[in-house]
Design a protein around this ligand. Structure first.
Ligand code: AMP
Ligand code: ZN
Length: 479
C-alpha cells in the first residue's frame, strides 16, 4: 500500500516517495518560545508526530530525520525580555522546556533535531550573502530585503499573484522596499534588543530566513516533507521557498508541503487577541494527555476542528472503552500463566485487516483509523466473554495488533489500572488504598462481615475492587 499525502503545492494527494529511503527528511515549523502553547499550537505537533511514527514504521527508526525548530529571537520575545529586564535566553530557555514537557504530555515523540535560531545565525548570514550575490536580495538602510520580482515562482505555493499579495494587507509598507511584497532577511535591532554583527550592519535575522537556513544547515536541501499550520502557507512558507531556491540557484526546496487546518472555538480562530485561548499546560492538568491527543486527532488534519468540552468527553469515552478491554484482559491473565508468544505473521495480518495502517497511509486519515482500534478491541472482548474457553493465542495476537495499531497513533501507552485510577484525586486514591488494605486484613482474619462492609464502602465511592490471585487486589473507578 503506497503512502499518499496531500501536497499543498500540487493541490492534490500524491504518492510519497522519499528522495533517499535511507534518509527521509521532515521539517515542521516550531514554536516561538515566549509563552505557553495553546491547544491550536499543539495540532501540528500531534499531526506531524503521527506522520513521524508512520514514516519510521515504513523506512525504519534510524532512517527518518525529523527537525522542528525553536524560534528563540523575535519581536515578542525581545519585548518580554525588556519588560522583565532579563536576557532573552532566560525567557526562551524557560518556555522551550515547558513546550517540550507539554508536547511530551500529549505523547509527541521528541523530534530528531530541534535547532534554535540563535544557534544558526552564521548559516543565516551565509544564505543571505548568497541571495545578495545572486541578485535576489538587496541592502537598504541597514536592512537586507528579498526582491520578490527576482523569483518568477513567487506565489505558487499559496496560489496568489503578486497583485493579490499586495492587495492583502499582510505586506508591510516601508520606504526602503523596492517592491511592496519584498520581505526582510536582516534588520537592525532596536536599542536594548540582541544583535549580531553582519556585513550589512549589526542586527538580527527576519523570521523566514531562520527556517530556510536551518533546514539547509541541519537537514540539507532539498528536504522531503515540510509541514506546518495552514496560516503559514503565506507569507512564511512562500518566502522560505523563494529564499531556499534562489540561494541554491533554482534548486528544489521541499518535495511535499503539508498543512494542518485550524483549531477553532465556537467557529472562531483561537487567538490571544480574541481571548479564547486554552493552554495545553492547563488541559493536561485536567485530562490525561491521551484524551487531549485523541480529541486533536478525531478530525481529519486538513479540516478545521472545533474544540469543545464535548469533544474531550467523547475522546475520554472512546479511550475508556479501549482501556477497559485491556484492563479486563490483564485481570483475566493475572491468575494464569500469561499469554502465549505472539505469532508475528498473524499480528501483521490482524493489524492490516483492522485497516488502521491503510487509513493512516491515506493522507493520515486518523478518524477512520480509530475505528480499526475498536475492531481489534472487539476481537479481544469476544474472546474474554468465552471465559475459560477463550483462545489464548487469539487474545495474544489481537493484543499485539491492537498495541501496534494504537502505537502508530500514540495511544494506549498507559497501564490500564493506572488509567482508571487516574481520574481519582490523591485524597480518594489514599482512601481507597487504605480501605483495600483494611479489607485484606479482615479477610486474612476471616472477618467476613467486616470485609463485606468495607467492600460496600468502596462501592459507595464508585470503586470496583478486582481481586487477583493470592489475596492481591487492584481497583478502578467504575464505568
Ligand atoms: P505560532 O507559534 O503562532 O507560530 O504557531 C505555531 C504552529 O501552530 C504553527 O504551525 C501554526 O500554524 C500552528 N497554529 C497556530 N494556531 C493554530 C490553530 N488555532 N489551529 C491549528 N494550528 C495552529
Ligand atoms: Zn518556518
Amino acid at each position: 500500500m503506497p503512502l499518499s499525502l496531500h501536497d499543498t503545492y500540487a493541490r492534490e494527494k500524491r504518492e510519497f516517495t522519499p528522495r533517499d529511503p535511507s534518509r527521509v527528511t521532515l521539517y515542521v515549523c516550531g514554536p516561538t518560545v515566549y509563552n505557553y502553547a495553546h491547544i491550536g499550537n499543539a495540532r501540528p505537533v500531534v499531526v506531524f508526530d503521527v506522520l513521524f511514527r508512520l514514516l519510521r514504521r515504513r523506512y525504519g527508526d534510524e532512517a527518518v530525520v525529523y527537525a522542528r525548530n525553536i524560534t528563540d529571537v523575535d519581536d515578542k520575545i525581545n519585548a518580554k525580555a525588556i519588560e522583565q529586564g532579563v536576557p532573552i535566553g532566560e525567557i526562551t530557555d524557560k518556555f522551550a522546556a515547558i513546550y517540550e514537557a507539554d508536547m511530551g504530555a500529549l505523547g509527541a515523540l521528541t523530534p530528531t533535531l530541534q535547532p534554535r535560531a540563535t544557534g544558526h545565525i552564521d548559516e543565516m548570514l551565509d544564505q543571505i550573502g548568497r541571495l545578495v550575490n545572486a541578485g535576489s536580495a538587496y541592502a537598504a538602510e541597514g536592512h537586507v530585503l528579498f526582491d520578490t520580482t527576482s523569483f518568477p515562482d513567487y506565489g505558487k505555493l499559496s496560489n496568489r499573484s503578486l497583485d493579490d499579495m499586495i492587495a492583502g494587507a499582510r505586506v508591510e509598507v516601508a520606504p526602503y522596499k523596492q517592491n511592496p511584497a519584498d520581505f526582510v532577511l536582516w534588520k537592525p535591532s532596536k536599542p536594548g534588543e540582541p544583535e549580531w554583527p553582519s556585513p550589512w550592519g549589526p542586527g538580527r535575522p527576519g523570521w523566514h530566513i531562520e527556517c530556510s537556513a536551518m533546514i539547509e544547515a541541519v537537514l540539507g536541501l532539498p528536504i522531503d516533507i515540510h509541514g506546518g499550520g495552514h496560516d503559514l502557507t503565506f507569507p512564511h512558507h512562500e518566502n522560505e521557498i523563494a529564499q531556499g531556491r534562489c540561494a541554491t540557484h533554482g534548486g528544489e526546496y521541499a518535495r511535499y508541503w503539508m498543512h494542518n487546518g485550524f483549531l477553532t472555538m465556537d467557529a472562531e480562530k483561537m487567538s490571544k487577541s480574541l481571548g479564547n485561548v486554552l493552554l495545553v499546560h492547563d488541559l493536561v492538568e485536567r485530562w490525561p494527555g491521551e484524551v487531549v491527543r485523541w480529541a486533536l486527532l478525531s478530525g481529519h488534519y486538513r479540516a478545521p476542528l472545533n474544540w469543545t468540552d464535548a469533544l474531550l468527553e467523547q475522546a475520554k469515552t472512546s479511550l475508556d472503552r479501549l482501556y477497559r478491554v485491556l484492563s479486563d484482559l490483564k485481570r483475566f491473565l493475572s491468575g494464569s500463566a500469561g499469554l502465549p508468544v505472539v505469532d508475528f505473521a498473524n499480528v501483521e495480518k490482524l493489524h492490516e485487516a483492522a485497516g488502521t495502517l491503510s487509513r493512516l497511509e491515506d493522507d493520515l486519515n486518523t478518524p477512520a483509523a480509530m475505528g480499526g482500534l475498536f475492531a481489534l478491541a472487539d476481537g479481544i472482548r469476544a474472546q474474554l466473554l468465552l471465559n475459560s474457553k477463550a483462545d489464548r493465542q487469539v487474545l495474544a495476537d489481537h493484543l499485539g495488533a491492537l498495541q501496534e495499531a494504537a502505537g502508530l497513533m500514540g495511544f494506549l501507552a498507559a497501564d490500564p489500572d493506572a488509567w482508571f485510577q487516574g481520574s481519582a484525586d490523591t485524597g480518594l486514591k489514599d482512601k481507597v488504598e487504605a480501605l483495600i488494605a483494611a479489607r485484606a486484613t479482615a479477610r486474612a482474619s476471616k472477618d467476613w462481615p467486616e470485609a463485606d462492609r468495607i467492600r460496600g464502602e468502596l462501592t459507595a465511592l464508585n470503586v470496583e475492587v478486582l481481586d487477583g490471585p493470592g489475596g492481591t487486589a487492584t481497583w478502578r473507578i467504575k464505568e
